[in-house]
Design a binder for this molecule. Sequence first.
Ligand SMILES: NC(=O)c1ccc[n+]([C@@H]2O[C@H](COP(=O)([O-])OP(=O)(O)OC[C@H]3O[C@@H](n4cnc5c(N)ncnc54)[C@H](OP(=O)(O)O)[C@@H]3O)[C@@H](O)[C@H]2O)c1
Length: 354
Amino acid sequence: MSTAEDTGAAPVRTVRAGEERRVKGAVLHAPGGLDRLVVTDLPDPGTPGPGEVRVRIRASTVNFHDRGIVTGVLHAPDRHVPMADGAGVVEAVGADVHDLAVGDHVVAVFFPQWQAGPPVIDSLGSAAGIGRDGYAREVVVAPAGTFTRAPGHLSHTEAAAITVAGVTAATALEGLAPGEVVVVLGTGGVSTFALQLAKAAGAAVVVTSSSWQKLQRALDLGADHVINYRDTPHWGQRVLELTGGRGAERVVEVGGPGTLPQSITAVAVGGRISLVGVLTGVEGLVPTDALMMKQARLQGIVVGSRSTQQKLVRFLETQRIHPVIDRAFPLARIAEAFSYQGTGAHLGKVALEL
Ligand SMILES: NC(=O)c1ccc[n+]([C@@H]2O[C@H](COP(=O)([O-])OP(=O)(O)OC[C@H]3O[C@@H](n4cnc5c(N)ncnc54)[C@H](OP(=O)(O)O)[C@@H]3O)[C@@H](O)[C@H]2O)c1
């Protein structure tokens, strides 16, 4: 007989008659680790107060940092509910909620206290699934500003990818003009979303990946050029060749110090490198002289504002874009979803359905 550990299925505790109303959710016990992630019953959060909404969460998608939390690499409090992404249906609204109504399909916002304008936050402590409970639970009651409307043409699973990957890609590509060249590194959640947004905005996109199979999928999604970064470690030079020596106006950088030297080679004079991830580590040698000579901007990005999410929702609707979901797992198999994410076999997003 298989155990919860080898199937990836988390044990489920059943509700006894007479107990208070409960909802299902996943809870991570300190100090973390996939074997410390348990699907259980949580107290129902009840009816929303003034300015709040009650949302039935239908889906979430796995982010790189969510995996860091559940595996114990990043700190989380004991009995923490993971997952930063959330999409679902409004079940009830409190007094003074005007922009959301019962039945609306909604998506969670990563930084509810960053509603609009330039960045105002320098910590992840207030984000769901990191400093407070996240969306691996069936019902959430929260201030209405914690959500935006979801695109009407998307499933909850597709919409959940907006919270982190979508808004991060949208922030990185803000102000992109048609005809500009964008390089996206790898084919993970952020990069694949960026590929889709950049193509819809009229840009030419170069995708790098360690896998020819994934590069073929990137071409199917509209990539103009693909480079295997294993076969072509000096891929920055290849980007210059592909662009007639001009380089790319934008680079969506998910690697950090191990890939920045190539990104600096690849970027055009006056271009912009959006530093989104640090998959290769947090320290290393970066050719600052080359960055200076390119007169390029290197900008750190942490997701984005609620207003960027609202603009993204409208853009996805008008362009009929469907975020790429590689594979979805039910809540009871949440540990398996994280194990799969950890293999790196995915392209786009790995999802969790509730
Ligand atoms: N700052 C923010 O707001 C923000 C938001 C979201 C994510 N992030 C960060 O961005 C990074 C990516 O996140 P994600 O959710 O998209 O992860 P993901 O879905 O797990 O994607 C990771 C992908 O990155 C690619 N990759 C790995 N090492 C690479 C390298 N040396 N060069 C080029 N590509 C490489 C691989 O693509 P192939 O398999 O195709 O080679 C891999 O599949 C993580 O560091 C994450 O923490 C930051």
